[in-house]
Design a protein around this ligand. Structure first.
Ligand code: SF4
Length: 347
């Protein structure tokens, strides 16, 4: 049965203070509860041990605290940990911890499924069920942070919104989650360590500029002309490369934040010299810091293959010769379907 009780984490601190005032409690109690919710990651009212039992009971009567739970984890040979998270309504999403010598990166989901149907992506073959609430996104990050501490003794250093879903189609919740993740009374992370990756929603890229966000932006490019890009990413039909280039420039002018491109190499599709030339042309039109060239990870439904190592190397060399700051990103967590584009709640 659906509860009418409000999610307590959807109340701001002033709203919580107002509530505590209305039940005759002192204002500092609101601060204590807010700390439990965001700083101390309480998952139930019973965790709030510096409140009286009476008060905890009162909160329980009025509110719910639907914390995200780890449903299953898989450990890759390369140290990557994939988690399946269960939401309060039993929906499942996935998140990944990617450790390197210098970084602990969390890759998080923003939607249950995805509506954009990119042809190379396992999530794209699932229907979009719903958006994640901001507190659910926050929980994913907090839980992966806990895993990083437990498994590697280090906190998260970076967050990428490259899991399931298109973050800019869940705009308000993603921004609110990042506000909590970066707040001193939340996870206190630097926005410079956060990258939101989009398949290319030009209007919302401009909105990020208008909102003067402080995090970085990555565009999943994957093909550098409209015909090819529309073939693998249907969103390109309504958000052409020209529109995206203009929107990225608008974003950069408004924020000065880092922009990068993601480009998955597909064998005999986007890995020729002509493809590289088209990519270079786009790179020159946007103040992008970096092009991440990504090894393709096969998924069940798609017919793409990754090019052999020599071809990938030649592609990289050609970009370097043309002064493109490009990096070949080897896939992580392939053995557990945790690599880029492979998240689909398998098993
Ligand atoms: S690549 Fe991203 S936007 Fe495209 S279908 Fe997958 S999750 Fe959705």
């Amino acid at each position: 049965m659906k509860s009418d009780k409000k999610n307590i984490r959807h109340l701001s601190l002033p709203q919580l203070q107002e509530y505590f005032g209305s039940i005759g409690e002192k204002a500092f109690r609101a601060k204590q509860v807010y700390e439990w919710l965001w700083l101390r990651h309480a998952t139930s009212f019973d965790d709030m041990t510096n409140l009286s039992k009476d008060l905890r009971h009162k909160l329980e009567e009025h509110f719910v605290l639907p914390a995200v739970q780890v449903d299953a984890t898989q450990h890759s040979n390369d140290g990557t940990i994939k988690s399946r998270f269960k939401l309060h309504d039993t929906h499942l999403v996935e998140g990944v911890l990617i450790p390197t010598d210098t970084r602990q990166t969390a890759c998080v989901s923003s939607q249950v499924g995805c509506s954009l149907s990119c042809k190379f992506c396992a999530t794209g073959y699932m229907a979009r069920k719903r958006n994640l609430d901001f507190d659910e996104i926050y929980d994913e990050v907090a839980l992966i942070n806990k895993q990083a501490m437990e498994a590697y003794g280090k906190k998260l250093t970076n967050i990428v919104f490259m899991g399931m879903g298109e973050p800019l189609l869940n705009y308000r919740n993603v921004l609110q989650a990042i506000e909590r993740i970066t707040a001193p009374d939340g996870l206190g992370m630097s926005p410079k360590r956060i990258t939101v990756s989009t398949a290319g929603v030009a209007k919302m890229i401009r909105q990020l500029g208008d909102d003067k966000v402080r995090f970085n932006l990555a565009l999943s490019l994957h093909a550098a002309n409209d015909k090819k890009r529309s073939e693998i990413m249907p969103i390109n039909d309504t958000n052409s490369l020209k529109e995206l280039i203009d929107a990225l420039n608008y974003f950069y002018k408004a924020t000065g934040n880092e922009i990068s491109f993601e480009y998955i190499l597909f064998d005999n599709f986007n890995d020729s010299k002509q493809d590289a030339d088209e990519l270079i042309k786009i790179y020159r039109q946007v103040p992008a810091d970096l092009v991440n060239i990504i090894e393709y990870n096969p998924i069940d439904n798609a017919q793409f293959r990754k090019p052999d190592a020599l071809k990938a190397e030649q592609f990289m060399e050609y970009l370097a010769k043309n002064r493109v700051n490009a990096r070949l990103r080897r896939s992580r967590g392939k053995d557990i379907d945790a690599a880029c584009g492979q998240l689909a709640n398998k098993g």
